[in-house]
Design a protein around this ligand. Structure first.
Ligand code: GDP
Length: 306
């Protein structure tokens, strides 16, 4: 692993794409001028940062250039990394201090929700915490079974009902089990279908009410799982869920499989929701707490990730 470790490896495709474009663009300039910024903005848009975020980043880099009297195009990459880190910094920590604390995991089917829950469970368990999973995506039998596989893999308990049962009842039983077994962390899966959005949002609200009632005062995180390979579509999903579900953070999966990692910047800038974890592979260890400095460095700094 290089200096950016696993995050660098997970970012390789995005980095190769952005950095190749930035490098070849910079080679064609001998000084920093407005034309350079125009090309830079285009490169950022191509990397799925979104138009308004690209413009904002360029404005900030422009201001730094002016402030510091920079003239050498070679300095642009460092300024980009600095700017991206500033933009991404803040809110990464999970707030899970009560015992038990609850994580509700939401997101549309296929984004990597089950995998993420399994990875989170394994991570908390490795920290010595007792974890219980609630299989509250009762819409699909396969979802329950898959979560069971991950529970076994992570060595944690799972509470499940049969397919089609009331998700809020699963959550109720999971919380009761958590109290009885003195669990530290409860992680609840939720249904991921969006074709009936009103029902889905009502279901999430009902689950939230059960948690408030059964564990008043407990810390709760609502993590939205998004698939980085879907680029701007992920931003749109985040916007919809943010309006309806009170999300506290984002897990961005499949960063390893895409050149669209710039979407992290768009999510932060356009929605003001922190990315808390990133998925960089299918294995149980392939979930990284999001580190803004490492991410920004991995995107724009010179060192090659391993
Ligand atoms: P769900 O329908 O949202 O629960 O999605 P799953 O957890 O079943 O994941 C869907 C697919 O994405 C599976 O093949 C996972 O192995 C894969 N996947 C999930 N997270 C990642 C990731 O971070 N990187 C890669 N490369 N694949 C992932």
């Amino acid at each position: 692993m290089g200096i950016f470790g696993k995050i660098g490896a997970g970012l390789k495709k995005t980095r190769d794409s952005i950095l190749n474009s930035v490098n070849s663009m910079l080679h064609s300039f001998t000084r920093i001028d407005e034309e350079l910024f125009e090309e830079l903005e285009e490169i950022l848009i191509m990397a799925d940062t979104g138009a308004s975020t690209a413009a904002h980043i360029c404005d900030r880099v422009r201001a730094k250039v002016k402030e510091r009297g920079e003239t050498d195009p070679a300095k642009i990459k460092g300024l980009l990394a600095e700017t991206a880190a500033e933009l991404l910094r803040g809110g990464q920590e999970l707030s899970l201090n009560t015992c038990p604390a609850v994580i509700l995991v939401i997101g549309v089917n296929g984004v990597g929700k089950t995998t993420t829950i399994g990875k989170l469970a394994a991570r908390f368990r490795a920290e010595g915490k007792k974890v219980i999973l609630g299989a509250a995506d009762t819409f699909r039998a396969a979802a329950i079974e898959q979560l069971e596989v991950w529970a076994d893999r992570a060595g944690v308990d799972l509470v499940r009902h049969s397919e089609g049962s009331d998700p809020a009842a699963v959550v109720f039983d999971t919380l009761a089990a958590a109290r009885a077994r003195r669990a530290d962390i409860v992680i609840c899966d939720t249904a991921g279908r969006l074709h009936n959005k009103k029902n889905l949002m009502e279901e999430l609200a009902k689950i939230s009410r059960v948690i408030e009632r059964e564990l008043p005062g407990a810390d709760k995180e609502v993590l939205l799982v998004l698939d980085a390979t879907t680029g701007q579509n992920a931003v749109n999903q985040a916007r919809e869920f943010k309006n309806a579900a009170g999300i506290t953070g984002i897990v961005l999966t499949k960063l390893d499989g895409t050149a669209r990692g710039g979407v992290v910047l768009a999510i932060r800038e356009e929605l003001d929701v922190p990315v808390k974890f990133v998925g960089v592979g299918e294995g149980v260890d392939d979930l990284m707490p999001f580190d803004p400095e490492a991410f920004a460095g991995g995107l724009f700094a010179e060192e090659e990730p391993a």
